[in-house]
Design a protein around this ligand. Structure first.
Ligand code: AMP
Length: 555
């Protein structure tokens, strides 16, 4: 008989090693001791560039912890942030979690009523915010009665005044403290931070990370097979610190002693390029839409990068054309996949030893997939009955995951989110015999045409390589015979020359032979801008609503 459940053992002898809880404060302690001079550089809302060392960061984080306690905030109090990537946000990451409170990063790009919902659901007691968000805060405050302190992240002499909300100043607050503070020691399973998913339907849901899960995730993400971080790197996380803890970089960078460069609010191509060059950034991370803007700026102005060597791309599929363009600039693209519910890293596309004997094209195919799971995560694909499907690179199904830094329950949910111990990701994928996973769709974006599933991502990836296409979304349009057929929605590049009719013919020709006949879109339509979610993903739900009555020419 095959064993289905792991055996339970009793009477085991325990190891006799120290109890050393994996706490977020230990990361900062380590960085302070061993990389005290390493720099943290931030573009600030004040308009200048700020630089200091890990040592100063540690002192100010401790001052912050003292101020939080003096404000009457208690262990496990939720402390919100509405802030860009910067040194003060980093101090909040460490000062809040380190003192046993919970750092709740809020995405300011969400609709105001979603933010109100999130703040009240989390029961935030204090909110730190960048001045950019002052008017947002003035609107939120009357609707968030549990927030006792609104703390503005700005130099004292530039402190704004508000006749609507009573504000505290961050610098004034921490200046009053000595920084003589010893981080408390507590259970590593205590909650450390909270991040809500930017769900397109229903209310956002909170993923509540612990110190232990955050540390394990940081170790794993720094490894060579993952993000390959080291003390020789200058890392610029463009991915916001309000989006799944900037993919864990604010923790992993300190574990390896890397220099950190924070871009602040300016994320356009020119601002990013200038910072890459002036601060000699070697490594970065962000969603494809960010790189599209940067590449466009670099190409239009005939520029080159002098130090930028590698970047992580994730959050949505990295279009192969974008990967090629960056590779041609000698920038390695590390394609990664994950979710808010996974802290976020699950897989990273990396060559394995077997791949070394493959052709360049075959290697490129491996790198374009979403990749292999990290140690600490397991994955499987299942059919609609929950049966496991083979890992042959062909069969595709719902992707389920489990592991050391993956959600069990959403914050305040009664029930576990798991199915038989696995978390259903909502993504559809295949896994090949060498363990490389490839996402074909979000399950709600799959186009179901006459019993066949068409991968919208595969089609978008090809079309994104057309020289006149800025962004491409492939969505399901109603068809009386096939139920659904693919409709291509195109946002053109700003310098696109062809007429719409010509471009439509050109795109369909461009697709010929690159996808099967059955997958060829029935029509191509143009929009000024493809709507994006608060985390920079294409908002296909909105597009489907927009084109819900669209009559395909094939009907
Ligand atoms: P979020 O929780 O906002 O980070 O969104 C997670 C979702 O983003 C995943 O479930 C995927 O649908 C999508 N996603 C993340 N990374 C990738 C990737 N590399 N390729 C395709 N989809 C991705």
């Amino acid at each position: 008989m095959t064993q289905v459940e792991p055996k339970k053992l009793e009477g085991l002898m325990l190891g006799q090693m120290m109890q050393f809880p994996l706490l977020i404060s230990s990361i900062l302690d380590y960085a302070e001791k061993h990389y005290s001079d390493t720099e943290i550089i931030s573009r600030r809302t004040e308009g200048d560039v700020h630089r200091y060392s890990y040592q100063e960061c540690a002192k100010r984080s401790k001052q912050l912890a003292q101020s939080l306690e003096n404000l009457g905030l208690k262990p496990s109090s939720r402390i919100g942030t509405l802030a860009w990537n910067g040194y003060r946000h980093l101090e909040i990451y460490y000062g809040v979690s380190g003192s046993g409170m919970i750092c709740h990063t809020i995405n300011p790009r969400l609709f105001a009523d979603q933010i109100v919902y999130i703040i009240n659901h989390a029961n935030d007691e204090a909110i730190f915010f960048d001045t950019t968000f002052l008017s947002l805060v003035e609107g939120l405050a009357p609707q968030c009665p549990n927030v006792k302190h609104w703390i503005c992240l700005i130099d004292e002499d530039q402190m704004p005044v508000s006749d609507k909300v009573s504000l505290l100043n961050y610098e004034r607050l921490i200046k009053a403290e000595s920084g003589q503070y010893i981080w408390p020691i507590f259970d590593e399973n205590a909650a450390s931070s909270l991040c809500y998913t930017s769900g397109t339907t229903g209310n956002p849901k909170g993923a509540l990370y612990s110190h232990r899960t955050t540390l394990l995730h940081s170790y794993a993400s720094a490894l060579p097979n993952a993000l390959n971080l080291s003390a020789l790197d200058s890392i610029m996380p463009v991915v916001p610190m309000f989006h799944v803890n900037a993919w864990g970089i604010p923790y992993a960078a300190l574990i390896v002693g890397a220099r950190l460069v924070f871009p602040g609010a300016k994320l356009d191509g020119q601002s990013l390029y200038e910072l890459f060059e002036t601060e000699k950034v070697t490594m970065s991370a962000g969603v494809p839409t960010i790189w599209a803007g940067l590449i466009n700026y670099v190409q239009t102005n005939n520029l080159k990068f002098s130090t930028f060597k590698s970047t992580v791309i994730g959050g949505s599929a990295c279009p192969p054309a974008m990967m090629k363009t960056l590779q041609n600039m000698n920038i390695e693209v590390i394609h990664a996949w994950g979710m808010t519910e996974m802290s976020p890293l699950g897989t990273v596309a990396r060559l394995n030893v077997k791949d070394l004997s493959k052709t360049k094209e075959q290697q490129q195919e491996v790198l374009q997939k979403q990749g292999r799971v990290l140690f600490g995560v397991d994955m499987k694909i299942v059919d609609s009955q929950g049966n496991s499907l083979p890992h042959d690179g062909v069969a595709f199904g719902d992707l389920h995951v489990k592991g050391a830094w993956i959600i069990d329950k959403y914050f305040k949910a009664e029930e576990s989110a798991l199915i038989d111990g696995w978390f259903p990701t909502g993504d559809v994928s295949n896994i090949d015999s060498e363990g490389n996973m490839q996402i074909t769709d979000r399950s709600k974006d799959v186009i179901k045409s006459g019993g066949e599933w068409i991968s919208s991502i595969d089609i978008e990836n090809v079309v994104a390589g057309h020289p006149e296409v800025g962004m491409a979304a492939c969505i399901a349009a109603f068809h009386p015979k096939w139920d659904e057929r693919p409709l291509l929605v195109i946002e053109r590049k700003p310098n696109s020359q062809l007429s719409q009719d010509q471009l439509k013919i050109d795109i369909l020709e461009f697709l010929q032979g690159k996808v099967s006949k059955m997958w060829m879109p029935d029509d191509v339509v143009f929009v000024d801008k493809i709507p994006l979610t608060a985390t920079g993903k294409m908002q296909k739900l909105k597009l489907r609503e927009l084109f819900k009555d669209y009559k395909l020419p094939t009907i």
